[in-house]
Design a protein around this ligand. Structure first.
Ligand SMILES: Nc1nc2[nH]c(SCC(=O)O)nc2c(=O)[nH]1
Length: 276
């Protein structure tokens, strides 16, 4: 199984690690720490050295309650980092954005993957994503970051999310994107209660059956805090455990803050997968 990212390919026959690089002043886990492009580039290099296959660069926090960011501010934050990293690190570059203007500029600057928590629903996003050839991650979110955790409700969260993602895959293909360029993601924590998140993880194989590789983001999320009553800075071990569970449920890419421990854990998953 290969993911087509422009003229590059990512072999998904073994699970891959996407390192989170928040270039925002209010990101929930390292807000402000990497605002300066120089610090962001250093952090990216650190994650690549730890084994990250992809660096996910985000200029707008989408944690619950986050305020929207202007196009200009998002461009100012992410483009210099993509330009500085392009061709300089042995990892694919992903841009975490929902804005078509940022998608176009990021791909032009060297982004290999568009990671859209809104699954290309913004006006012009399908066209922007189609034209550059980058891979695209289509993620499910109910509502918007500011209000999505108020009172999320579903008929059946698994079939609702799976149906939405199937529809977004169809829309992307209709816009001219080959299926080999696509990823789907249930969007843990994006308009979901703890029960919804646990059900989605338990039934992840239903999503895997869609034939499009699955990416998940569970790292340091509030579902861990709710289950174990742990603050963000003490969620490493459960985050690694959730990455292993997701991979054993069929996920092929995990989006994480703590790269080295996740790389180690997924190397063991890969060894077991490949054993006789
Ligand atoms: N594809 C994808 N992109 C993401 N961006 C964020 S930002 C919030 C956080 O890291 O807690 N989460 C996710 C996720 O779960 N999947």
């Amino acid at each position: 199984m290969q993911l087509e990212c422009g003229n590059r390919r990512l072999d998904l026959s073994r699970p891959r690690v996407m390192g989170v690089l928040n270039v925002t002043p209010d990101s929930f886990s390292d807000g402000g720490a990497f605002l300066a492009a120089g610090q962001a580039v250093a952090r990216a290099r650190e994650m690549v050295a730890e084994g990250a296959d992809i660096i996910d660069i985000g200029g707008e926090s989408t944690r619950p309650g986050a305020d929207p960011v202007s196009i200009e501010d998002e461009l100012t934050r992410v483009i210099p980092v993509i330009e500085a990293l392009h061709g300089q690190v042995d990892a694919l570059l992903s841009v975490d954005t929902s804005k078509p203007e940022v998608m176009r500029a990021a791909v032009a600057a060297g982004a290999d993957i568009i990671n859209d928590v809104c699954a290309l629903q913004a006006p012009g996003a399908l066209e922007a994503a189609a034209e550059g050839g980058a891979a695209v991650c289509l993620m499910h979110m109910q509502g918007e970051p500011r209000t999505m955790q108020a009172d999320p409700r579903y008929e059946n969260v698994v079939t609702d999310v799976a149906g939405f993602l199937r529809q977004r895959v169809a829309a992307a293909e209709a816009a001219g994107m080959a299926r080999a360029r696509l990823l789907v993601d249930p969007g843990f924590g994006f308009g979901k209660t703890l029960a919804h998140n646990l059900s989605l993880l338990k039934h992840l194989p239903d999503l895997v059956d869609s034939g499009v590789p699955v990416l998940v983001g569970l790292s340091r999320k509030s579902m861990i805090g709710k289950l174990l009553d742990l603050p963000v800075e003490r969620r490493l071990q459960p985050s690694v455990a959730l990455a292993v569970i997701a991979v054993m449920q069929g996920a092929r890419i995990v989006r994480v803050h703590d790269v080295a421990p996740t790389v180690q854990a997924l190397a063991m998953c890969a060894a077991v997968e490949q054993a006789e």
